[in-house]
Design a protein around this ligand. Structure first.
Ligand code: FE2
Length: 428
Protein backbone atom coordinates (compact mmCIF):
# COMPACT_ATOMS: atom_id res chain seq x y z
CA UNK A 1 0.00 0.00 0.00
CA UNK A 2 1.29 3.44 -0.98
CA UNK A 3 1.08 5.99 1.86
CA UNK A 4 1.12 9.06 -0.37
CA UNK A 5 0.87 9.27 -4.17
CA UNK A 6 1.52 12.60 -5.84
CA UNK A 7 0.27 12.63 -9.43
CA UNK A 8 1.19 14.73 -12.43
CA UNK A 9 4.27 16.54 -11.20
CA UNK A 10 7.00 18.34 -13.09
CA UNK A 11 10.47 17.59 -11.71
CA UNK A 12 13.36 20.08 -11.42
CA UNK A 13 15.20 18.19 -14.20
CA UNK A 14 12.32 18.95 -16.59
CA UNK A 15 10.54 15.58 -16.66
CA UNK A 16 6.78 16.13 -16.83
CA UNK A 17 3.65 14.11 -16.02
CA UNK A 18 5.49 12.07 -13.38
CA UNK A 19 4.08 10.47 -10.23
CA UNK A 20 5.84 10.10 -6.87
CA UNK A 21 4.90 7.17 -4.61
CA UNK A 22 5.89 7.29 -0.94
CA UNK A 23 6.05 4.34 1.47
CA UNK A 24 7.25 4.33 5.09
CA UNK A 25 8.47 7.92 4.91
CA UNK A 26 10.64 7.31 1.84
CA UNK A 27 10.20 7.74 -1.91
CA UNK A 28 9.42 4.28 -3.29
CA UNK A 29 9.04 5.15 -6.97
CA UNK A 30 9.20 8.10 -9.37
CA UNK A 31 7.61 7.20 -12.71
CA UNK A 32 4.73 8.06 -15.04
CA UNK A 33 1.28 6.63 -14.18
CA UNK A 34 2.17 4.63 -11.07
CA UNK A 35 -0.40 1.93 -10.30
CA UNK A 36 -1.53 0.73 -6.88
CA UNK A 37 -3.75 1.76 -4.00
CA UNK A 38 -2.77 4.81 -2.01
CA UNK A 39 -4.00 6.10 1.34
CA UNK A 40 -3.69 9.69 0.15
CA UNK A 41 -3.47 11.13 -3.37
CA UNK A 42 -2.43 14.66 -4.33
CA UNK A 43 -2.99 16.01 -7.83
CA UNK A 44 -0.06 18.37 -8.49
CA UNK A 45 -1.68 19.67 -11.72
CA UNK A 46 1.63 19.66 -13.56
CA UNK A 47 3.28 21.99 -11.06
CA UNK A 48 6.91 21.71 -10.00
CA UNK A 49 7.85 19.41 -7.13
CA UNK A 50 11.17 20.25 -5.54
CA UNK A 51 13.08 18.70 -2.68
CA UNK A 52 12.75 21.03 0.34
CA UNK A 53 14.55 24.34 0.44
CA UNK A 54 17.65 24.46 2.62
CA UNK A 55 19.26 27.40 4.37
CA UNK A 56 22.95 26.61 4.87
CA UNK A 57 23.63 29.76 6.89
CA UNK A 58 21.35 31.38 9.44
CA UNK A 59 21.29 32.99 12.90
CA UNK A 60 18.23 31.68 14.68
CA UNK A 61 19.22 33.07 18.08
CA UNK A 62 18.90 36.62 16.72
CA UNK A 63 15.98 36.23 14.32
CA UNK A 64 12.81 38.29 14.77
CA UNK A 65 14.56 40.60 17.25
CA UNK A 66 14.44 43.66 14.98
CA UNK A 67 14.31 46.85 17.05
CA UNK A 68 15.45 45.16 20.28
CA UNK A 69 16.75 47.21 21.98
CA UNK A 70 17.15 49.64 19.04
CA UNK A 71 17.68 49.73 15.28
CA UNK A 72 20.96 49.49 13.35
CA UNK A 73 21.27 53.06 12.06
CA UNK A 74 24.51 52.75 10.09
CA UNK A 75 23.52 49.46 8.47
CA UNK A 76 27.03 48.11 9.02
CA UNK A 77 28.12 44.68 10.19
CA UNK A 78 29.98 46.27 13.09
CA UNK A 79 26.97 48.21 14.42
CA UNK A 80 24.94 45.01 14.07
CA UNK A 81 27.47 43.12 16.20
CA UNK A 82 27.47 45.95 18.78
CA UNK A 83 23.68 45.95 18.84
CA UNK A 84 23.59 42.17 19.35
CA UNK A 85 26.04 42.70 22.23
CA UNK A 86 23.57 45.15 23.81
CA UNK A 87 20.72 42.70 23.38
CA UNK A 88 22.50 39.58 24.70
CA UNK A 89 22.27 40.45 28.43
CA UNK A 90 18.53 41.09 27.99
CA UNK A 91 17.76 37.70 26.40
CA UNK A 92 15.82 35.04 28.23
CA UNK A 93 15.75 31.32 27.49
CA UNK A 94 12.02 31.27 26.83
CA UNK A 95 12.04 34.36 24.62
CA UNK A 96 14.81 32.95 22.40
CA UNK A 97 12.87 29.70 22.05
CA UNK A 98 9.66 31.57 21.26
CA UNK A 99 11.26 33.65 18.49
CA UNK A 100 13.03 30.61 17.02
CA UNK A 101 9.87 28.49 17.05
CA UNK A 102 7.94 31.27 15.31
CA UNK A 103 10.68 31.43 12.69
CA UNK A 104 10.48 27.65 12.21
CA UNK A 105 6.72 27.97 11.60
CA UNK A 106 7.46 30.54 8.90
CA UNK A 107 10.19 28.31 7.45
CA UNK A 108 7.83 25.35 7.16
CA UNK A 109 5.25 27.52 5.40
CA UNK A 110 7.95 28.31 2.80
CA UNK A 111 9.01 24.67 2.36
CA UNK A 112 12.30 25.37 4.15
CA UNK A 113 12.96 22.13 6.03
CA UNK A 114 16.70 22.12 6.73
CA UNK A 115 18.56 24.99 8.38
CA UNK A 116 22.15 25.34 9.58
CA UNK A 117 22.10 28.03 12.24
CA UNK A 118 25.09 29.57 13.94
CA UNK A 119 24.57 30.04 17.67
CA UNK A 120 26.56 32.58 19.63
CA UNK A 121 28.71 30.93 22.32
CA UNK A 122 30.15 34.20 23.67
CA UNK A 123 27.99 34.23 26.78
CA UNK A 124 29.01 32.40 29.94
CA UNK A 125 25.37 31.37 30.47
CA UNK A 126 25.30 29.67 27.03
CA UNK A 127 21.71 30.83 27.02
CA UNK A 128 21.29 30.78 23.23
CA UNK A 129 23.00 27.39 22.97
CA UNK A 130 20.64 25.80 25.46
CA UNK A 131 17.61 27.47 23.90
CA UNK A 132 18.47 26.34 20.38
CA UNK A 133 19.27 22.80 21.55
CA UNK A 134 15.72 22.77 22.91
CA UNK A 135 14.38 24.16 19.62
CA UNK A 136 16.32 21.48 17.68
CA UNK A 137 14.61 18.84 19.83
CA UNK A 138 11.14 20.37 19.40
CA UNK A 139 11.32 20.70 15.59
CA UNK A 140 13.23 17.46 14.95
CA UNK A 141 10.28 15.74 13.29
CA UNK A 142 9.91 18.43 10.65
CA UNK A 143 13.11 20.50 10.37
CA UNK A 144 16.71 19.27 10.15
CA UNK A 145 18.33 21.89 12.37
CA UNK A 146 22.14 21.93 12.52
CA UNK A 147 23.79 24.11 15.15
CA UNK A 148 27.19 25.76 14.67
CA UNK A 149 29.19 26.89 17.74
CA UNK A 150 29.86 30.48 16.71
CA UNK A 151 32.27 32.66 18.75
CA UNK A 152 30.69 35.96 17.66
CA UNK A 153 33.09 38.15 19.65
CA UNK A 154 36.20 36.29 18.49
CA UNK A 155 37.64 32.91 19.50
CA UNK A 156 40.69 34.68 21.00
CA UNK A 157 39.37 38.24 21.32
CA UNK A 158 36.70 37.14 23.81
CA UNK A 159 38.57 35.65 26.79
CA UNK A 160 35.95 32.97 27.50
CA UNK A 161 35.06 32.06 23.91
CA UNK A 162 37.40 29.07 23.72
CA UNK A 163 36.03 27.50 26.91
CA UNK A 164 32.44 28.26 25.96
CA UNK A 165 32.82 26.89 22.44
CA UNK A 166 34.09 23.59 23.85
CA UNK A 167 31.26 23.55 26.41
CA UNK A 168 28.74 24.10 23.58
CA UNK A 169 30.20 21.19 21.60
CA UNK A 170 30.04 19.02 24.74
CA UNK A 171 26.34 19.90 25.04
CA UNK A 172 25.68 18.59 21.53
CA UNK A 173 26.20 21.49 19.14
CA UNK A 174 26.95 19.90 15.77
CA UNK A 175 29.49 22.05 13.90
CA UNK A 176 32.59 24.14 14.72
CA UNK A 177 32.37 27.84 13.77
CA UNK A 178 34.72 30.80 13.81
CA UNK A 179 35.20 34.44 12.83
CA UNK A 180 38.87 35.03 11.97
CA UNK A 181 38.35 38.59 10.66
CA UNK A 182 36.93 39.46 14.09
CA UNK A 183 40.19 38.62 15.89
CA UNK A 184 42.60 41.41 16.83
CA UNK A 185 45.24 40.63 14.19
CA UNK A 186 45.59 38.67 10.97
CA UNK A 187 47.97 36.36 12.88
CA UNK A 188 45.32 35.64 15.52
CA UNK A 189 42.79 35.03 12.77
CA UNK A 190 45.06 32.44 11.13
CA UNK A 191 45.83 30.86 14.52
CA UNK A 192 42.09 30.57 15.21
CA UNK A 193 41.64 28.68 11.94
CA UNK A 194 44.37 26.25 13.02
CA UNK A 195 42.93 25.59 16.46
CA UNK A 196 39.28 25.42 15.39
CA UNK A 197 40.04 22.97 12.59
CA UNK A 198 42.07 20.86 15.05
CA UNK A 199 39.09 20.79 17.43
CA UNK A 200 36.83 19.66 14.58
CA UNK A 201 39.29 17.00 13.42
CA UNK A 202 39.73 15.63 16.94
CA UNK A 203 35.96 15.42 17.49
CA UNK A 204 35.01 14.28 13.97
CA UNK A 205 32.88 17.39 13.39
CA UNK A 206 32.14 19.55 10.37
CA UNK A 207 33.42 23.14 10.17
CA UNK A 208 31.61 26.31 9.05
CA UNK A 209 33.55 29.56 9.34
CA UNK A 210 32.35 33.15 8.95
CA UNK A 211 35.40 33.86 6.83
CA UNK A 212 36.56 37.28 5.71
CA UNK A 213 33.17 39.01 5.96
CA UNK A 214 34.75 42.36 5.21
CA UNK A 215 35.51 44.66 2.27
CA UNK A 216 39.23 44.51 3.17
CA UNK A 217 40.96 42.82 0.21
CA UNK A 218 43.85 41.85 2.47
CA UNK A 219 41.62 39.79 4.76
CA UNK A 220 42.92 36.42 3.58
CA UNK A 221 41.85 33.95 6.25
CA UNK A 222 40.30 31.64 3.68
CA UNK A 223 43.90 30.86 2.72
CA UNK A 224 44.57 29.69 6.30
CA UNK A 225 41.26 27.82 6.37
CA UNK A 226 42.00 25.81 3.24
CA UNK A 227 45.57 25.17 4.43
CA UNK A 228 44.29 23.68 7.71
CA UNK A 229 41.59 21.77 5.82
CA UNK A 230 44.30 20.11 3.72
CA UNK A 231 46.69 19.53 6.62
CA UNK A 232 44.08 17.84 8.79
CA UNK A 233 42.38 15.82 6.05
CA UNK A 234 39.09 17.70 6.37
CA UNK A 235 38.49 17.98 2.61
CA UNK A 236 34.76 18.24 1.83
CA UNK A 237 33.90 18.82 5.50
CA UNK A 238 34.53 22.57 5.69
CA UNK A 239 32.38 25.54 4.64
CA UNK A 240 33.66 29.05 4.10
CA UNK A 241 30.72 31.38 4.71
CA UNK A 242 30.45 34.92 3.30
CA UNK A 243 33.99 35.20 1.80
CA UNK A 244 33.16 38.80 0.90
CA UNK A 245 36.77 40.04 0.93
CA UNK A 246 37.23 37.97 -2.25
CA UNK A 247 35.02 40.52 -4.04
CA UNK A 248 37.65 43.19 -3.44
CA UNK A 249 40.80 41.10 -3.82
CA UNK A 250 43.44 41.49 -6.46
CA UNK A 251 42.46 39.29 -9.41
CA UNK A 252 45.79 37.49 -9.55
CA UNK A 253 45.67 36.50 -5.88
CA UNK A 254 42.01 35.46 -6.21
CA UNK A 255 42.90 33.16 -9.10
CA UNK A 256 45.49 31.39 -6.95
CA UNK A 257 43.16 31.25 -3.95
CA UNK A 258 40.28 29.71 -5.90
CA UNK A 259 42.62 26.90 -6.96
CA UNK A 260 43.53 26.26 -3.32
CA UNK A 261 39.83 26.22 -2.36
CA UNK A 262 39.12 23.66 -5.08
CA UNK A 263 41.98 21.43 -3.87
CA UNK A 264 40.59 21.53 -0.31
CA UNK A 265 37.06 20.79 -1.60
CA UNK A 266 35.87 23.78 0.41
CA UNK A 267 32.14 24.51 0.24
CA UNK A 268 31.26 28.19 -0.16
CA UNK A 269 28.16 29.88 1.27
CA UNK A 270 27.68 33.50 0.27
CA UNK A 271 24.64 35.24 1.72
CA UNK A 272 23.48 37.59 -1.05
CA UNK A 273 20.77 39.53 0.79
CA UNK A 274 23.12 40.37 3.61
CA UNK A 275 26.29 40.81 1.57
CA UNK A 276 24.63 43.37 -0.72
CA UNK A 277 23.34 45.40 2.24
CA UNK A 278 26.23 45.15 4.74
CA UNK A 279 29.19 45.40 2.38
CA UNK A 280 30.23 48.59 0.62
CA UNK A 281 28.98 50.74 3.50
CA UNK A 282 32.33 52.49 3.80
CA UNK A 283 32.41 53.29 0.08
CA UNK A 284 31.22 56.51 -1.51
CA UNK A 285 30.77 55.78 -5.24
CA UNK A 286 31.16 53.34 -6.84
CA UNK A 287 29.86 51.13 -4.02
CA UNK A 288 31.12 47.57 -4.08
CA UNK A 289 28.58 44.74 -4.15
CA UNK A 290 30.54 42.65 -1.68
CA UNK A 291 29.24 39.22 -2.66
CA UNK A 292 32.05 36.73 -3.28
CA UNK A 293 32.97 35.59 -6.81
CA UNK A 294 30.19 33.10 -7.34
CA UNK A 295 30.53 32.49 -11.12
CA UNK A 296 34.27 31.97 -10.75
CA UNK A 297 33.86 29.60 -7.78
CA UNK A 298 31.27 27.63 -9.75
CA UNK A 299 33.53 27.45 -12.77
CA UNK A 300 36.29 26.02 -10.54
CA UNK A 301 33.98 23.21 -9.40
CA UNK A 302 33.40 24.56 -5.88
CA UNK A 303 30.06 23.68 -4.30
CA UNK A 304 28.33 27.03 -3.70
CA UNK A 305 25.12 27.51 -1.69
CA UNK A 306 23.18 30.70 -1.05
CA UNK A 307 22.27 31.28 2.60
CA UNK A 308 19.71 33.69 4.07
CA UNK A 309 21.85 34.57 7.13
CA UNK A 310 19.41 36.99 8.80
CA UNK A 311 15.70 37.76 9.02
CA UNK A 312 14.52 40.81 10.96
CA UNK A 313 17.49 41.07 13.31
CA UNK A 314 20.32 43.53 14.12
CA UNK A 315 21.85 43.04 10.67
CA UNK A 316 18.86 42.87 8.30
CA UNK A 317 15.36 44.33 8.69
CA UNK A 318 13.57 42.25 6.03
CA UNK A 319 13.09 38.61 4.98
CA UNK A 320 10.39 35.96 5.12
CA UNK A 321 12.30 32.64 5.23
CA UNK A 322 11.99 32.40 1.45
CA UNK A 323 15.18 30.87 0.05
CA UNK A 324 14.06 31.85 -3.45
CA UNK A 325 14.52 35.46 -2.33
CA UNK A 326 18.13 34.73 -1.35
CA UNK A 327 18.75 32.87 -4.62
CA UNK A 328 17.07 35.63 -6.64
CA UNK A 329 19.28 38.27 -5.03
CA UNK A 330 22.34 36.06 -5.61
CA UNK A 331 21.74 35.74 -9.32
CA UNK A 332 21.13 39.49 -9.63
CA UNK A 333 24.22 40.52 -7.68
CA UNK A 334 26.36 37.90 -9.46
CA UNK A 335 25.04 38.98 -12.89
CA UNK A 336 24.00 35.38 -13.47
CA UNK A 337 21.01 35.74 -15.80
CA UNK A 338 21.68 33.09 -18.43
CA UNK A 339 19.11 30.26 -18.30
CA UNK A 340 21.85 27.86 -17.17
CA UNK A 341 23.04 30.13 -14.36
CA UNK A 342 19.50 30.86 -13.16
CA UNK A 343 18.74 27.14 -13.14
CA UNK A 344 21.91 26.66 -11.07
CA UNK A 345 20.72 29.31 -8.57
CA UNK A 346 17.79 27.02 -7.73
CA UNK A 347 20.30 24.26 -6.90
CA UNK A 348 22.13 26.75 -4.65
CA UNK A 349 19.18 26.65 -2.21
CA UNK A 350 18.37 22.94 -2.61
CA UNK A 351 20.87 20.26 -3.64
CA UNK A 352 24.08 22.26 -3.08
CA UNK A 353 23.46 23.05 0.61
CA UNK A 354 22.40 19.42 1.11
CA UNK A 355 25.95 18.47 0.11
CA UNK A 356 27.56 21.15 2.27
CA UNK A 357 25.53 20.06 5.30
CA UNK A 358 26.04 16.32 4.60
CA UNK A 359 22.28 15.68 4.72
CA UNK A 360 21.27 12.05 4.40
CA UNK A 361 18.46 10.96 2.05
CA UNK A 362 17.94 14.33 0.38
CA UNK A 363 16.47 14.43 -3.13
CA UNK A 364 13.68 13.10 -5.27
CA UNK A 365 15.13 9.72 -6.22
CA UNK A 366 13.90 6.33 -5.08
CA UNK A 367 15.06 5.72 -1.50
CA UNK A 368 15.28 9.41 -0.56
CA UNK A 369 13.23 10.76 2.31
CA UNK A 370 9.66 11.60 1.27
CA UNK A 371 10.24 15.31 1.86
CA UNK A 372 9.29 17.77 -0.89
CA UNK A 373 7.39 20.89 -1.86
CA UNK A 374 4.73 21.43 -4.53
CA UNK A 375 5.30 24.92 -5.93
CA UNK A 376 2.86 27.01 -7.96
CA UNK A 377 5.36 27.22 -10.81
CA UNK A 378 6.29 24.98 -13.72
CA UNK A 379 10.10 25.25 -13.71
CA UNK A 380 12.89 26.16 -11.29
CA UNK A 381 13.59 29.41 -13.17
CA UNK A 382 9.91 30.29 -12.99
CA UNK A 383 9.99 29.60 -9.27
CA UNK A 384 12.84 32.12 -8.94
CA UNK A 385 10.82 34.66 -10.91
CA UNK A 386 7.53 34.20 -9.05
CA UNK A 387 8.51 33.29 -5.46
CA UNK A 388 5.38 31.17 -5.77
CA UNK A 389 2.91 29.73 -3.29
CA UNK A 390 4.01 26.52 -1.59
CA UNK A 391 0.88 24.54 -2.39
CA UNK A 392 1.93 21.51 -0.32
CA UNK A 393 4.87 20.99 2.00
CA UNK A 394 5.48 17.29 2.60
CA UNK A 395 7.68 15.81 5.33
CA UNK A 396 7.99 12.04 5.77
CA UNK A 397 5.09 11.51 3.32
CA UNK A 398 2.79 13.72 5.41
CA UNK A 399 1.47 17.13 4.38
CA UNK A 400 2.65 19.53 7.08
CA UNK A 401 1.68 22.79 5.39
CA UNK A 402 -0.50 23.81 2.48
CA UNK A 403 -1.61 27.00 0.78
CA UNK A 404 -4.22 27.84 -1.87
CA UNK A 405 -3.22 28.70 -5.43
CA UNK A 406 -2.43 32.37 -5.85
CA UNK A 407 -4.88 33.51 -8.54
CA UNK A 408 -6.12 37.07 -8.97
CA UNK A 409 -9.62 37.82 -10.29
CA UNK A 410 -9.48 40.44 -13.03
CA UNK A 411 -12.37 42.81 -13.62
CA UNK A 412 -11.51 44.19 -17.06
CA UNK A 413 -13.81 44.12 -20.04
CA UNK A 414 -12.55 41.94 -22.86
CA UNK A 415 -9.69 40.48 -20.80
CA UNK A 416 -9.40 37.08 -19.04
CA UNK A 417 -11.22 36.66 -15.74
CA UNK A 418 -8.13 35.59 -13.78
CA UNK A 419 -4.36 35.99 -13.72
CA UNK A 420 -2.06 33.18 -12.54
CA UNK A 421 1.64 34.08 -12.69
CA UNK A 422 2.45 30.44 -13.50
CA UNK A 423 0.63 30.79 -16.85
CA UNK A 424 3.47 33.03 -18.04
CA UNK A 425 6.05 30.23 -18.04
CA UNK A 426 9.16 31.11 -20.05
CA UNK A 427 10.04 28.74 -22.90
CA UNK A 428 13.66 28.35 -21.80
FE1 FE2 B 1 26.30 34.83 9.47
Amino acid sequence: MIDLLVRNVTLPDGRQAMDIACVDGRIAEVAPAIKGDAREVIDAQGYLVSPPFIDAHFHMDATLSLGMPRLNNSGTLLEGIALWGELKPLLTHDAVIERAMRYCDLAVSQGLLAIRTHVDVCDDRLLCVEALLEVRRRVSTYIDLQLVAFPQDGFYRDPSARTNLLRALDLGVDVVGGIPHGERTMADGAASMKELCEIAAARGLLVDIHCDETDDPLSRHVEALVYETQRLGLQGRVVGSHLTSMHSMDNYYASKLIGLMTEARLHATPNPLINITLQGRHDTYPKRRGMTRVPELRAAGINVSFGHDCVMDPWYPLGQADMLEAAGMGLHVGLMTTPEAMRWAFDAVTVNPAKAMHLEGYGLEKGCKADFVVLQAKTPVEALRLKPARLKVVKGAKVIAEAPERVTALHLEGRPGTVNGADYAPKI
